[in-house]
Design a protein around this ligand. Structure first.
Ligand SMILES: N[C@@H](CCC(=O)N[C@@H](CS)C(=O)NCC(=O)O)C(=O)O
Length: 219
């Protein structure tokens, strides 16, 4: 199994975590975006990471790779049980991609101080929605999205929380204090050996976002 990946990429981060949670061995191929090889483009027709080559097949798109891995290597399972909870898992993965991350990245890209408060407030509201509608409804007493067992939803969201120190540094954004479940979740995730084995330091992300962020801004 070969995984085409990039250290900086949150999507590739999700797939590395899924492979590690499942204890699967894989060849790690770090892609240089400025010099994409033919081999990479033959596995990844969109020219994006992550992309997986397994059993003679090319699989791409992080959410699809992760569900593929969960079907082919079902132990330990990384989707909750039953069609309703599996649908909920996909809803939350979709919410992450379509609502949360666009708002999060809008804050760090924004250079207009007059707009900062509103954009930052929007991210805080997204996080409060997760606190209320995910942790308040689905997690019971467990630390993870669906309770005691980690799932692909935890892996879809966590990469943005590892990167959050860059938002704190450049934009004074962190998890709101009135989201204790989310704060505890981020701590539980950070403690997992899969997460620790591929974690980057806060300074790495702070530097990576320097050009995008420009100068520091506070609410
Ligand atoms: N929807 C894709 C997004 C993947 C993606 O955007 N990856 C970025 C890096 S984070 C990429 O490979 N970009 C290629 C480039 O910038 O040339 C997924 O979920 O896998």
């Amino acid at each position: 199994m070969e995984l085409f990946t990039a250290r900086v990429c949150p999507y590739a981060h999700r797939t590395r975590l899924a492979l590690l949670e499942k204890g699967l061995g894989f060849e790690h191929i770090e892609v240089d975006f400025k010099n994409k090889t033919e081999r990479f483009l033959s596995v990844s027709p969109y020219g994006k990471v992550p992309a997986l080559f397994h059993d003679g097949q090319t699989i791409y798109e992080s959410a699809i790779i992760n569900e593929y891995l969960d079907e082919v290597f079902p132990d330990p399972p990384l989707m909750p049980e039953g069609p309703v909870l599996r649908a909920k898992a996909r809803i939350w993965n979709h919410y992450c991609n379509e609502y949360f991350t666009p708002d999060l990245y809008a804050v760090i890209r924004n250079r207009d101080r007059a707009k900062h408060g509103e954009l930052a407030g929007q991210v805080a509201e997204r996080l409060r929605f997760v606190e209320r509608e995910a942790f308040g409804v689905l997690s019971g007493d467990g630390p993870y999205w669906f309770g005691d067992r980690i799932s692909l939803t935890d892996l879809a969201w966590y990469p943005y929380f590892e990167r959050l120190p860059a938002w704190t540094h450049w934009r004074d954004i962190s998890i709101p204090e009135d989201c204790p479940r989310l704060i505890a979740w981020a701590e539980a995730m950070a403690g997992r050996s899969s997460v620790q084995s591929v974690a980057n330091e806060a300074d790495y992300y702070i530097e990576r976002f320097r050009d995008r962020a420009g100068e520091r801004m506070a609410a």
